[in-house]
Design a protein around this ligand. Structure first.
Ligand code: C6P
Length: 416
């Protein structure tokens, strides 16, 4: 086993905040949860915030004048203020609550995209995008007869920035890329890529589903035009996500979904839109989940995103070294520090689903498959991978448990 890094976070104390982590998966088999890129576990503070909302507050927001309606509205709008602060936005008008990162991308594609993309325009994506930041643009490009260009990977399995430079031109209208790959763990040079997009006259969207939960983020410093992420990957509830957009862009965009709350005045002939951010929030929202996300932000903020990032870098280093000792195991991402703690790998002679199944018997939760990034796997020339993804509550002991279980699985398959 490699030498252990100094513990940068008090993992034992953090784990005590997450009730689910203390449970056994099967009798006598403790849980080793390494599927954080899919979704994170929730601390008591978040569970309690949602519980308290339904026990003591529950009402529809922006509509009632009774006490509960006012408290629910205040809780929801307070969560929006927390999100704005967390990502460095100066205005709550720039924070749109959506269901998840996927809905955020679709909102931009359908609203900004349909209003701004013309036949022959070019959209630059990358080969390592999650389907959520790929298919909405393919639909738009098909409808508008626009052209999609893809940034390939370089030898380190990071984005090939030279190729990116070559793809940018006066025809580029939009650049949309992931802040961190959900398979390779590669961290994109967001600030540089956004600056280059702007220099070419294009708008830049960052899919931050895998980056916002794991590192400090400042939208003003990055100068992104749009950014999307999901609450459930950052200790918050499912059913809530965020679209950040620069106010001037959002202001000029037509609504995405229409209905209650997104209008100011409706007649039988037509309607006027509500102010930002509510113009993009039609219908009754997931108030409890927004409040839960606010609690998650408080929780992560109290620990410190810079400390969480440093802890995960240390875990990634340790895990890469520990897994590297297993014969026939190939990890797929770049070396540290260009990567986060999401590690996909293949094992010679074993199918990724068999690997995941055997790990599960030892209580280790990982994901196997294409991870909603089929074009990336095609580019890598493989069908599927097994993926272990770590978060603030994961320890080096759990890395050891993973390595030991993998070795056991290899022995069962007589490989390695
Ligand atoms: N990736 C994974 O296991 P939603 O489903 O909307 O909350 O997140 C979509 C999404 C968008 N971009 C990236 C980079 C992502 O990783 C994800 C979600 C999960 O990798 C579930 S497929």
């Amino acid at each position: 086993m490699p030498s252990r890094p100094t513990e940068l976070l008090n993992v034992a104390a953090i784990r005590a905040d997450f009730p689910l982590l203390g449970h056994e998966v099967y009798p006598g088999v403790p849980l080793v949860y390494l599927d954080n890129a899919a979704t994170s576990q929730k601390p008591l503070a978040v569970i309690d915030a949602v519980n308290h909302y339904y026990r003591r507050v529950n009402a529809n927001i922006h509509r009632g004048i009774h006490a509960l309606a006012e408290r629910a509205t205040e809780g929801y709008e307070n969560a929006r203020r927390k999100v704005a602060r967390f990502i460095g936005s100066g205005s709550t008008r720039e924070i749109i609550f959506v269901r998840n990162a996927t809905e955020g991308v679709n909102l931009v594609a359908q609203s900004w995209g349909r209003a701004n993309i013309e036949p022959g325009d070019e959209i630059i994506l990358t080969e390592m995008e999650h389907h959520s930041n790929l298919v909405p643009w393919q639909l738009l490009a098909h409808e508008k007869k626009a052209i999609i260009r893809y940034v390939p990977l370089d030898g380190d399995r990071c984005l090939d920035t030279g190729q990116y430079d070559a793809l940018l031109s006066g025809r580029t209208k939009l650049v949309a890329f992931t802040g961190m790959s959900n398979v390779l763990g590669s961290i994109s040079p967001v600030k540089e890529m956004v600056a280059k997009a702007h220099a070419a006259g294009a708008v830049a969207l960052v899919d931050a589903a895998q980056s916002v939960p794991h590192m400090p983020t400042n939208v003003v410093d990055l100068d992104v035009d749009f950014m999307v992420f999901s609450g459930h990957k950052m200790c918050g509830p499912t059913g809530i996500g965020v679209l950040y957009g620069k106010e001037a862009l959002l202001e000029a965009m037509p609504p995405f979904l229409a209905g209650g709350d997104m209008i100011r005045r409706v007649t039988l002939e037509g309607a006027d839109w509500n102010d930002l951010p509510w113009k993009f929030e039609a219908g009754t929202p997931n108030t409890a989940a927004a409040i839960g996300l606010g609690a998650a932000i408080d929780y992560l903020g109290a620990i410190g995103m810079d400390r969480i990032e440093a802890h995960e870098h240390a875990i990634a280093d340790y895990a890469l070294e520990a897994l590297g000792e297993l014969r026939g195991l190939r990890t797929l991402g770049p070396p540290a520090p260009q990567r986060g703690a999401t590690i996909a790998f293949t094992i010679e002679g074993m199918h990724p689903h068999d690997v995941a199944e055997l790990l599960n018997r030892d209580g280790i939760a990982v994901r196997a498959g294409h991870h909603c990034a089929m074009p990336l796997h095609q580019a890598l020339g493989i069908v599927a991978t097994t993926r272990a993804s770590f978060y603030l509550y994961n320890s080096t002991d759990e890395v050891d448990a993973l390595a030991t279980a993998l070795h056991k699985a290899q022995k069962l398959f007589r490989v390695g």
